[in-house]
Design a protein around this ligand. Sequence first.
Ligand code: A2P
Length: 331
Amino acid sequence: MKKINLAVVGATGMVGRTFLKVLEERQLPIDNFYVMASSRSAGSKLTFNGKEYTVEELTEHSFDKPIDIALFSAGGGTSEKFAPIAAAHGCIVIDNSSQWRMDPEVPLVVPEVNPEDIAWHKNIIANPNCSTIQAMVALKPLDDKYKIKRVVYSTYQAVSGAGLAGWKDLENGLKGEAPKKFPHPIANNCLPHIDVFLDNGYTKEEMKMVNETRKILHNDEMRVTATTVRVPVFDCHSESINIEFEKPFEMDELLETLKNAPGVVLQNNSAANEYPLAVDAAGHDEVFIGRVRRDESVESGVNIWVVADNIRKGAATNAVQIAEEIIKNMQ
Ligand code: A2P
């Protein structure tokens, strides 16, 4: 197998460190490996595959050396400036920020859902929002079978989605300290506010879910609405998803469809109190689905509960899976 040169940009961050872990676990065929971050952490050391690497400061010249793939998770501003520089040097950027996701020239990919979109990249591929990724893994098999008409998302999102600073706000908040990252205490609280508010009254996080769903499922007409909520949970996003279909369905068949879908683990035994839980999903790469029940208020609809590790499948693992697809096609 061809070995590639790979860089992680934002390697010291929460997602960045998980990139290293997932790359190690999945044993990507890496030749030269680079870790990059801001000047703040340049010179610090990170261990990868048992070897120490020195963090380099990300600059305009970071991609002068041959790098095949760069995994970026260093914020939108960094991606806006440096992804085009990397791309111009022939490096394929897999970007975890929201910067390029809705650019019509940039594929937005969940490998279980729309791997075919990778083919038309122009050296930048976007990793979707964490809440969108887990929802797509659940929705795609149902859309293929019953054609989705409308989706209502309600999310219960972990503080790790707001990076190290979000994590600290919960940790310190539980000791009675005031929040630094969030506008209100997150300990013992639920904040219906993720990312900034937009003119239409939605938050940017909510509109990411709406727009990214349509782009990934290739359906600009799909009716989608969302309420995204930050909850006092460290890891894993939970989502209640209400779905309305064009076509009728039989519950047995729908459950079988979900059970056989790639990347899905069905945990749907309410009689035994079995349903997906954040504490169980943490550290895993699958999307867990349960509480599947017919929405009796519409002709053809269903309610599901979907949980996944937002730092792994919602960010690092999804990006590494995209890298694996690219490497497969390089052979
Ligand atoms: P640094 O450690 O040098 O600040 P998180 O979202 O968990 O806070 O992580 C953000 C990541 O993005 C960190 O690795 C951080 O590096 C990196 N980062 C932030 N700003 C820049 C920048 N201007 N250039 C390169 N890396 C950046």
